[in-house]
Design a protein around this ligand. Sequence first.
Ligand SMILES: NC(=O)C1=CN([C@@H]2O[C@H](COP(=O)(O)OP(=O)(O)OC[C@H]3O[C@@H](n4cnc5c(N)ncnc54)[C@H](OP(=O)(O)O)[C@@H]3O)[C@@H](O)[C@H]2O)C=CC1
Ligand SMILES: CC(=O)C(=O)O
Ligand SMILES: [Mg+2]
Length: 554
Amino acid sequence: MQGLIPPGQSDLQCEVDRAHAALSKCCSPLDKYQAVMNLKETNGDCFYGLMAQRLVDYLPIIYTPAVGEACQQWSSLLARPQGLYISISDLGNVANVLYNWPEEDVRIAILTDGERILGLGDLGCNGMGIPVGKATVHTAAGGIHPRYTLPITIDVGCNRRSIREDPFYVGLRQERVRGDKYDELVDEIVDCLRQRYGPSLVIHWEDFAASNAFRLLAKYRERGYATFNDDIQATAAVTLGALMGAQRLPGVPPLRQQAFLFFGAGQANLGAAQLLVRALAEEGVPEEDAKRQIWLMDSQGIVYTGRKGRQLTPQKEAFARSQADTGLAEQVGKDLSKAVGLIRPATLIGAAAQGGAFSEGVVRALNQVTQETFGENARPAVFALSNPVEEAECTAQQAYDWTDGAAVFASGTAFAPVRRNDGSTFLPGQCNNCLVFPGVALGCVAAGATEVADSMMLAAARAIGRKLTSDELQRDSVLPRIERLSEIARAVGAAVSLEAIASNKASPSGLSALRCLPELGGTEPSELLQLAEGCIRQMQYDPFVPGSGLRTSG
Ligand SMILES: NC(=O)C1=CN([C@@H]2O[C@H](COP(=O)(O)OP(=O)(O)OC[C@H]3O[C@@H](n4cnc5c(N)ncnc54)[C@H](OP(=O)(O)O)[C@@H]3O)[C@@H](O)[C@H]2O)C=CC1
Ligand SMILES: CC(=O)C(=O)O
Ligand SMILES: [Mg+2]
């Protein structure tokens, strides 16, 4: 290398600072995305050092919202391929494709088929930005070595014609393959992954369409694999964490006394509804009573038994209102403000990718019914979970303005702090599954978990709730600040591995590593945190001694 690099020496910190200074000159989030991904290719240590130190600056780039734009432009931007592409043409030959991945020791595979990328719909192969971004967060926040992460895009086609006809498109130019052939391909991929990387490989499903997401999750969980769907389960945990956090604010009605209106009945909201029922059950609320507190609205209106048209999926059926609510549902139709007026919820959670759906009328009505039901100081919760930011149901500013500051607000994509009339600021919480999935992966890897049980997700939600500080609460944030993502990932990791042990979901290899624990009870024991830290990659350069090592010696 002598002569090929400048003679002065820089340590990692200097290079991280230099990279940040250069990136700060980028004119647009998309330019910054490209530049930072280029850094990842050319200097991984510097890239991960930068991500670890300044995650709060770069999360909106490598993750929502900028990653959404990057996916939309993926085929035009692609410089060097990232992650592994497995297509339907590889059916029967997946093992060979998988052996082209250079890493021998992978602990977590992040798979998408690109059909529901954020709220942007079917992006086909262009969805690769998502598993790549999630893998980066696993490392930057969870500390999992990048070598242990494998982002995969399964290309079975794309149902968006404009993408298929884009001359630069990098995926297969055909409509999506469905049915047996699709299932065979996914089966082959999962089998080959487990053959190559062992049964404790964690399989993280991301951004599938709901019709495949629930099915695949159930199928591989039933087989006893360590697998989780981020959009269903991790979103559920962070949403429940936010609801629990809100309970610590004065004026927020108790969970067991309110009605919850979920706008969107897909992966995110059904997952949250399922976990909420479980949390209420642990508070002694019978399951059927808890379900009666919950109302779902999808593209056809209120979800109720006997609704005409498309048959309800089993996941929706579990929450369908009884026929006694048919009259109300028909009165509501598809009108959200009517739904608020008639159901009278104190919590409104949006995950339908319908930007702006929480209009002024809807939010004002929510505030009014909450105060009528629970008193004039009562505060409604407004969670606008859809990503990227254009899909958010309303903005933080709108939620506060339309309720005179009464709303407790959280969103999937971050909003800047909002100034209150008294000069102080609201800190809207970011209710995004990134507060959960890195910790879940860390906890599973540390404990060698054989299954990712719902109780582990509940443990994750509680760990997030415990991490909320009084300072955050004072500024109306119902979740820990995203600046604390690494700290939260470690706490979630500790809670998840503890729960894996307590529920017999830890494997002998994980257990032997964890045997140092004097006792398994309690919250976040320091030993476990230390253990989790032990799994975490330290960002540092090996010392470079000029004149030694790298010179070829004839
Ligand atoms: N903050 C976070 O961490 C997360 C946020 N999300 C975001 O949430 C959004 C939805 O994701 P996900 O649940 O996975 O997607 P799904 O495709 O699984 O579900 C979308 C739901 O929205 C419903 N919907 C569509 N149009 C309307 C409408 N006009 N009125 C009411 N409901 C409607 C659909 O109805 P139907 O069932 O009738 O088709 C469906 O139930 C996305 O924007 C995604 O980015 C997702 C995961 C995590
Ligand atoms: C955050 C996320 O996973 C999504 O919007 O799909
Ligand atoms: Mg997702």
